[in-house]
Design a binder for this molecule. Sequence first.
Ligand code: NAD
Length: 482
Amino acid sequence: MTDSVLRPGRLFIGGTWREAESGQRFSVTDPADGSTLTDVADADPGDALDALDAAVAAQAGWAATPARERGEILRRAFELIMSQADDYARLISLEMGKTLAEAKGEVTYGAEFFRWFSEEAVRIHGRWMQNPAGGTRLLTVKKPVGPCLFITPWNFPLAMGTRKIGPAVAAGCTMVVKPAEATPLTMLRLAETLAEAGLPDGVLNVVTTSSSPAVCSALMADDRLRKLSFTGSTSVGKILVKQSADELQRISMELGGNAPFLVFEDADVDAAVDGAMIAKMRNMGEACTAANRFLVHESVADAFAERLGARMGKLATGRGQEEGVDVGPLIDANAVESVHQLVTDAVHDGATLVVGGTVPDGPGTFYSPTVLLGVPADAQINREEIFGPVAPITTFATEDEAIERANATEYGLASYAYTNDLGRTIRLAERLEYGMVGINTGLISNAAAPFGGVKASGFGREGGFEGIEEYLDTTYVSIPGA
Ligand code: NAD
C-alpha cells in the first residue's frame, strides 16, 4: 500500500538522518492485513551508543538554554503537530491499526503535552528559607537530571513519546528515544517536527531497532545515562528496574493495569454504559487505562449488561482508515490468540456470552467486541490485563465488597466508578488503591493531570505539575546568614 505519509525510516542521531552501521533494516507491518508498510533502520548497540554520545554532547548547552527558549520550541512543535494532525493521524492509524477518529484523538492528546510543558518550562524554581535554628539560609536549585532513555510501547505511538519528551525538553534534558518495534514511524516523524521547531541537534535522538533488549542494555550499562523512563508491560519494567541498579539511574515506570469499573446501585446506568464504551473501547481495549473488570451492583447488572451488549454489538470492525469503521485490528496474531483464550476460559468457567467472542476471518488480526456476564471473580480474565475489546462483568452486593474486589489485584493504575453519592465518592477516592480514580467518566487521561500508578503499575507521574519533577534534581545550598 502506498501512502504519502509512509517513508522508509532512518536513525536520527545528532541532528543527522543515517542508516544503521550494519546497514540492516526491518519491516513495519499493517495490522489490518499483515502487509509491509515500509521499513526502517535496525540499530545495534553501537548505533545506540552513538545516539547517547550525541545526547551527552548536547546536554550542557541545552541545560544552559533559557527556559523561555526551551518552552517556545515545544510550543512551536505543538502548533506544527496540530497543523499536520491529519498526516499524524493517518500514520498512527496505518502502523498501529486504530481508527482515524481515535488516531486524531491521540494527536490532540499527545500534542497537548508539548503545550502544557511549554508553559511549565518557565515555572521551574527552587526556594529560599531561613534555617529554623537561625543563622544560615537554605536555598534549593533545580537542575536537569541529564541524558535520558525513553522506551515507549506501540499502543499510543505519539502520546507515549510526547508525555516524556515534553517535560524532558522543558527541564533541559537531552534524550535517546527507543520506540516500539511495531510502531517506529510516528516517532521518526516527531523527530522531524521537533527539528523543524528549532530543537538543537543532539537534544533528541531516535533509535529504531528490532533488538530492544541488547540496545537498551548497552545504554543502561553506560554511566553517562542518568535517567530511564519506560512505558510498557510490568514484566519488562521489572527487568529494566534491575538493570538500572548497576548505574543507579533515576527511573519512572508506567506499567500495566487491571482497571476496575464500578457501577453502583445509585448510578445513572445509561451514563455508565456511555462511560464503559469509552473506558473499554478506546484504542480497541489496548490501553493501560482500559476498563478491565466491570464490577456492577447486582440490582443493575442485567440492565447494564444488556445495554452495553447492544452498543458493543453494533460496532463495525475493519481497517482503521476506512469510513464507518469503529474498531480496528489488534496489534498482531498473538494478541488475538491471548484475548480469545481469556474469553474461552471465562465461558468454560461459567460466564455467559452476551455478545461477540469470535475471531473474524482474516486477513488482519481482528477480534469481535465482546461482553461476558456472570464471570467468576477469580477467573483469569479478571486477573490479567486483557488488552482487547472484551468487557467481563461480575456482580457485587455491598460497597465494601466492591472496593475489596477492586483492590484485589497486583495492579494499581486507573479505576472508574459510577455513583451519584458524594460520600461514596470520597470513600472511593480514599480507599481505592490506584494512582487514578475517574468518577462518572470513562476518560481520565489529561496532560494537566498527574498520570501514573502504584503497586505493579509502577511509579513516577507523567503530566501535570508533577511531570516535570521526574526530570529535575534538587541541589540544596547552605548560605551564611547576614
Ligand atoms: P512491552 O513491555 O512488550 O514493550 C514496551 C517497550 O519495551 C517496547 O519499546 C519494546 O520494544 C521494549 N522492550 C521489550 N523488551 C525489552 C527489554 N528487555 N529491554 C528493553 N526494552 C524492551 O509492552 P507493549 O506490548 O509494547 O505495550 C503494552 C504494555 O504497555 C501493556 O502492559 C500496557 O498496560 C502498558 N502501557 C502502560 C502505560 C502506562 O502509562 N502505564 C501506557 C501504555 C501502555
